[in-house]
Write a protein that binds this ligand. Sequence first.
Ligand SMILES: [Zn+2]
Length: 70
Amino acid sequence: MSVPQPDRRKCPLCGKPADTRFRPFCSKRCADLDLAHWLRGDYAIPARAAPDDEEDGASSSEKPNEAPED
Ligand SMILES: [Zn+2]
């Protein structure tokens, strides 16, 4: 089985065989759609809020509860 695979990339948007004119997409429609996603920022890495681990960090030591100094 050493058949050279032709460029059988699939459209990342709809999965159809890509058209060489619109690679890696299958059509101008999908290419435009992808571009629209980019322009809208859909592919932007979502800015994750810093995880609130403050409670976890205090678990190492005994909780400084107010001891009744009496
Ligand atoms: Zn497509």
